[in-house]
Design a protein around this ligand. Structure first.
Ligand code: F6R
Length: 600
């Protein structure tokens, strides 16, 4: 996953491809590559590292058709072999997304005589297209797409043919002067054209020097509309959103979908964590878990505690990494380190301490090949894609996605949940991305509440049980990007001290979704209201009770009670964002903070 470019025209392709890839550098990547057809043969160049590293190795490449890619590893390590394009005979492919049934395809293609050289899912696609290729690339791509499950944006090169297609991953075609383009993101080709056509799911584009034709998967021609892009480069990088944070909040339906892709078999009630070294008997033997993390990842870990204890009946300690490494130990525990970057110094050091005392370590991380993933015994990737805003948003919901699955997986092995519960939970999880979309489509109430919070000096987030970690995360998001003093509390704890701080000037965000502590939460809200605070509730869409006790209600779609925190998260992210925007703060780069904290 990361950036795709393609060109077919009258100019030299290599320099256009390199220039277009450079315009996607801001998104982050670990390797890059291009393939050019030089009228006789296919030439492929790829390199680990930066695009300039690739450029240094490039000979003078002649050819007016080609494809290029910046890779951000999800299947297989970041290295030259795994970098795209992947080839099979004369066919070269670049791909964003995840082919869920790649193992099955790999086995099938290997049995038919294809040899795999990389660890990627994309290589299976290259061989599959080759397998179907007779004399027409569109036919071969259309046939291959029918065999694959998963998400993709692809560009395929074969001789003088360039074909692209998409499903659940963005792809845009650009109409240029003397040549035409394909790209995963507008900024890649904005220098060359403003006339763009957005592909829809299951559409195929055939790009020639003179035009672009579109088809559905049955090769029926499709009429498309050309749009003129008015954005400047800075707006284009953020897909038109004002900030990366807002863009990343809106990416969550897709990022969560990628997190769950290929891991959920809801009809069978099973979960598949590819490559997880922990066997069923290892898991049966686990009686304690210790979760180690910092900041937002810690909040994800805290929800993990509730989930593992509830679903798998395993005792869990959650430790702040900078404390664990000096003051705690976890003998006999499975130690789970959660880190988006995989480079956080305290989390890394704490995991090393745990390992040195004989604990088995499991990393939940986003960046493939990062130090924490290399040093841990096992790794599960959250597959959120690169996150640029300093405040973690989409990586938090993807961390939660993995933790829900892991707790369910352990519960199934330990016989603490039955197969009906499992199927119900997995079916509900699959629906979460579309429920997030509904929240993102209805932001008016969130914006209204944000205006009220923006003029306050202090704010409190409260929740009970599964909602408590989201109260902490809401407070963390608000303080880091809006600089308003904010605290998150377990609502039952208020009367043991913090209630003294509640006045009519302290808005309280009460996460009050349905669940076993809902009635207790209503009592806590009454305590808060008695101190005249303005209470904003986050509640289920069909809750007709809550409005009697609070000032404002932000309603969210209902799902299984224990999954509601993932949906409430999107609300607290948006609330914090709009508060910070009203206060004109530097949202993507809050003062004093860094994306990856590699100092202790
Ligand atoms: C807050 C935030 C930080 C990180 C923390 C840990 O929005 O992003 O609190 O969560 O620095 O970082 P990772 O997950 O990379 O270990």
């Amino acid at each position: 996953m990361c950036g795709i470019v393609g060109y077919n025209g009258r100019a030299q392709a290599a320099s256009i491809l390199i220039d277009s890839l450079k315009r996607l550098e801001y998104r982050g990547y670990d390797s890059a590559g291009i393939a050019v057809f030089n009228e006789k043969t296919l030439e492929v160049f790829k390199e680990k590292g930066r695009i300039v590293d690739l450029e240094k190795t490039l000979p003078a490449v002649s050819g007016t058709i080609g494809i290029g890619h910046t890779r951000w590893a999800t299947h297989g390590k970041p290295n030259k072999i795994n970098a795209h394009p992947h080839t099979s005979g004369n066919i070269a492919v670049v791909h964003n997304g995840i082919i869920e049934n790649y193992q099955e395809l790999r086995d099938r293609l290997t049995a038919s005589g294809y040899t795999f050289v990389s660890e990627t899912d994309t290589e299976a696609l290259a061989h599959l297209i080759n397998h179907y290729y007779k004399d027409n690339l569109i036919d071969a791509v259309a046939s291959a797409l029918k065999d694959i499950r998963g998400s993709y944006a692809i560009a395929v090169l074969c001789g003088s043919e360039l074909v692209a297609a998409r499903k659940d991953s963005p792809l845009v075609a650009g109409i240029g002067d003397g040549g035409n383009f394909i790209a995963s993101d507008i900024p890649a080709i904005l220098k060359y054209t403003r006339r763009m056509i957005f592909l829809d799911d299951l559409e195929i584009a055939s790009v020639t020097p003179d035009g672009i034709s579109f088809y559905d998967v049955n090769k029926k021609p499709v009429e498309k509309t050309v749009k003129t892009i008015e954005w400047d480069m800075a707006a284009a990088e953020k897909s038109g959103y004002e900030h990366f944070m807002l863009k990343e909040i809106h990416e969550q339906p897709r990022s969560l979908h990628e997190t769950l892709a290929g891991r959920i078999m809801e009809l069978e009630g099973t979960i598949n964590f590819e490559g997880l070294g922990l066997s069923e008997s290892n898991i049966s033997d686990i009686s304690r878990i210790c979760i180690i993390a910092c900041g937002t990842s810690f909040n994800a870990g805290l929800l993990g505690k509730y989930l593992f204890e509830y679903l798998a009946k395993i005792h869990v300690d959650v430790e702040i990494a900078s404390e664990f490494r000096y003051a705690h130990s976890a003998p006999g525990s499975l130690v789970i380190g959660i880190s988006q970057s995989g480079e956080t110094a305290d989390t890394l050091a704490a995991l090393r301490v745990a390992k040195s005392t004989g604990c088995r370590t499991l990393a939940i991380a986003n960046i493939m090949g990062s130090t924490i993933t290399r040093e841990s015994d096992d790794v599960i990737y959250i597959r959120s894609g690169p996150e640029i805003g300093v405040a973690a948003t989409k990586t938090f919901t993807s961390q939660l996605g993995v933790i829900y699955l892991l707790a369910l997986y352990f519960g199934k092995i330990k016989w603490t949940i039955n197969s009906d519960q499992m199927k119900r939970m997995l079916t509900a999880m699959k629906q979460l991305p579309s429920k997030i979309t509904r929240i993102l489509d209805n932001k008016e109430m969130i914006k209204k509440c944000a205006e009220l919070i923006a003029s306050s000096n202090d704010a409190y987030f409260v929740g009970r049980t599964f909602n408590y970690p989201i109260a902490l995360e809401g407070a963390l998001k608000l303080k880091e990007i809006s600089y308003i003093h904010a605290e998150g509390y377990a609502a039952g704890e208020l009367k043991h001290g913090p209630l003294a701080l509640i006045t009519k000037n302290t808005p309280v965000i009460a996460i009050a979704t349905k669940g076993q502590t809902y009635d207790k939460m209503l009592n806590n809200i009454k305590e808060i209201k008695a101190r005249e605070a303005h209470v904003i509730a986050i509640a289920n869409e069909n809750d007709s009770e809550i409005e009697k006790y609070v000032d404002d209600v932000i309603r969210i779609p209902s799902t299984e009670d224990i999954l509601m925190p993932l949906l409430s998260t999107v609300v607290v992210q948006l609330l914090s964002y709009y508060v910070a925007k009203t206060r004109n703060c530097s949202i993507d780069q809050p003062r004093n903070l860094a994306k990856s904290v590699t100092v202790e």
